[in-house]
Write a protein of this length. Structure first.
Length: 384
């Protein structure tokens, strides 16, 4: 699925329904309440595909590679090299189903996709993948991480499978040409091209059971991405995987409803982060993040005004002996910055946890008794 964001960032009319595919039920775009920083006012972020109802992205700086210095990728070469490793994912469960995209990352059949693409089939459902060559095979769910919206599948391979090589998203630059591959609107083997429009977008999107997933430090691209591209590959001109396409922005209609297709604002989970999550899932079947050891809630405007802060997170409780307690944080403190970022809502806490390793220190600025203080919290692996 691909997501649609209210803008002024992760994850307007409802998106146009996809043309039906045999034996597959199609998804929809959900409206999202969260605001995505730096998007133009009146643009909505929403999930583009992966579920359906049961009833129903400048100039390149000096020193970059020659591939990055061209204005556009050779899409023919990229398609020939990458499409054989891109699959259409179909997931069906008791609550419905949907289609999305995945890419094969190992010759023995491991596949990366979005969690929201396969979540309908988690409890007793069925997942299958269709290759660009037309081979339809059952897939096993190895594990998933709703928080980052990533999942790993596995198919049985009788011979070595084609793969998409992991790229280095840390080397991606704004203006760099890229290619997106996937199955928008159920149309398998679709290829679009564009550039990297921006970096470091944090996009809140709908997760499982009403929870929020976070596309942390995502790559923004203007390569056309639509419902069905979710979980698909965003690659360099060399065919290296630098992002997992996961969300799009769409323009609302006159009634303010979200939906629609690509308006040239898409978001992809960066490969360096995704690679770490995928390795954990393959090794253990799940993902473990470090923790702060605190419970927080946004302070109301009246309290923020009284404390003379623009916003903040009120510390409801502190885990005894946990990382925050060891750093001196107490119940009743108001956190105003986390790792240099304004603590406007709990999403900044979640993003910090997702992008920080256990043992690393995070600077926290807080207000206590009208006095502003700073401490360093060393994140830890949560107790089992």
């Amino acid at each position: 699925m691909t997501e649609n964001v209210p803008a002024p960032s992760a994850p307007s009319p409802a998106p146009a329904p996809r043309a039906p595919r045999p034996r597959r039920r199609l998804g929809w775009v959900w409206a999202v309440a969260a605001v995505v920083v730096a998007l133009a006012a009146g643009v909505f972020l929403g999930w583009g595909i992966g579920r359906s109802s049961a009833t129903t992205t400048a100039s390149t700086p000096a020193g970059t590679s020659a591939a990055q210095e061209v204005s556009a990728c050779d899409a023919i070469t990229v398609s020939n090299e990458v499409l054989p490793a891109v699959v259409t994912v179909s997931a069906v469960g008791s609550a419905g189903g949907g289609t999305g995209t995945g890419e094969i990352i190992s010759t023995d059949g491991y596949i990366v996709t979005n969690n929201h693409v396969i979540s309908a089939a988690v409890n007793g459902g069925k997942i299958s993948v269709l290759t660009s060559g037309g081979v339809d095979s059952p897939a096993q769910l190895v594990g998933r991480d709703p928080r980052s919206d990533l999942a790993v599948l596995k198919v049985t391979a009788s011979s070595s499978l084609p793969t998409v090589p992991w790229g280095d998203s840390a080397k991606v630059v704004v203006g760099q040409p890229v290619v997106a591959l996937g199955a928008p609107l159920g149309l398998s083997g679709t290829v679009t091209s564009g550039i990297v429009s921006a970096l470091g977008r944090t996009v809140p999107v709908p997760g499982d059971d009403g929870q929020t997933a976070i596309l942390a430090n995502s790559i923004q691209t203007d390569a056309s991405i639509n419902p069905g591209n979710s979980g698909g590959a965003l690659v360099t001109c060399a065919g290296d995987l630098i992002g997992i396409n996961s969300a799009i922005a769409t323009v609302p209609n006159s009634a303010g409803q979200s939906g629609g297709g690509s308006v040239g604002i898409g978001f992809a989970i960066p490969s360096d982060f995704a690679h770490t999550i995928v390795d954990q899932i393959i090794a253990t079947g799940h993902v473990t993040y470090p923790y702060f050891g605190i419970s927080v809630a946004p302070i109301p405007p009246a309290a923020a005004e009284k404390l003379k802060v623009s916003d903040g997170l009120y510390v409801i409780s502190v885990v005894a002996g946990g990382p925050s307690a060891a750093a001196g944080l107490q119940e009743g403190d108001v956190i105003t910055q986390i790792d240099g970022k304004p603590a406007a809502n709990a999403d900044v806490l979640i993003q910090t946890v997702m992008t920080t390793k256990a043992g690393q220190k995070v600077d926290v600025t807080y207000v206590r008794g009208g006095e502003t203080k700073t401490t360093a919290v060393t994140l830890e692996t949560p107790p089992s």
